[in-house]
Design a binder for this molecule. Structure first.
Ligand code: IDP
Ligand code: MG
Length: 149
């Protein structure tokens, strides 16, 4: 089953939106497989955002993600990567579709509330970066057959 990493970033945690983000993903039909609340270390932040090293927003981005705790979660489902990116909305809140989290709660790209893996490959890599294998819970829901075809 396709897996994706979600981070409820520091701004969303500070604003009391962990439940909102989690609720939207549950309502969508995705299945939670792992979750932890943590203060992100400099090292984890730099590894997670390595692809952005050298960009103008890299340092502010590292400061942002390490500024306050985050809620890290792994979710799974058919097309989980695309579904979760859609629920989050475009990177810039003013370009995010109405009804998406970044549209509904955000204004600025540097305070855009959430992270979601952008490809199936990165979903696997990021889930492995943030969670140990034994932290991933393999389980079934009675309702799965009414959500997964
Ligand atoms: P994504 O989170 O939608 O995948 P990326 O392009 O991978 O977006 O950028 C990672 C994060 O870096 C964004 O979510 C946002 O927090 C931040 N970011 C991206 N572009 C800018 C920018 O131009 N200014 C400030 N922060 C940015
Ligand atoms: Mg990205």
């Amino acid at each position: 089953m396709e897996k994706t990493l979600v981070l409820v970033k520091p701004d969303a945690v500070q604003r009391g939106l962990i439940g909102e983000v989690t609720s939207r993903l549950e309502r969508r039909g995705l299945r939670l497989v792992a979750a932890k609340f943590l203060a992100v270390s400099q090292e984890l932040a730099e590894t997670h955002y390595a692809i952005h090293k050298g960009k103008t927003f890299y340092e502010p981005l590292i400061n942002y993600i390490t500024s306050s705790p985050v809620m890290a979660m792994a979710w799974e489902g058919p097309n989980a990567v695309a579904a979760v990116r859609q629920t989050m909305g475009a990177t810039r809140p003013t370009e995010a579709a109405p009804g998406s989290i970044r549209h509904d709660f955000g204004l600025e790209v540097g305070r855009n509330l959430t992270h979601a893996s952008d490809s199936v490959e990165n979903g696997e890599k990021e889930v492995a970066l943030w969670f140990k294998p034994e932290e991933l819970v393999s389980w079934g829901r009675d309702v799965d057959r009414w959500i997964f075809e």
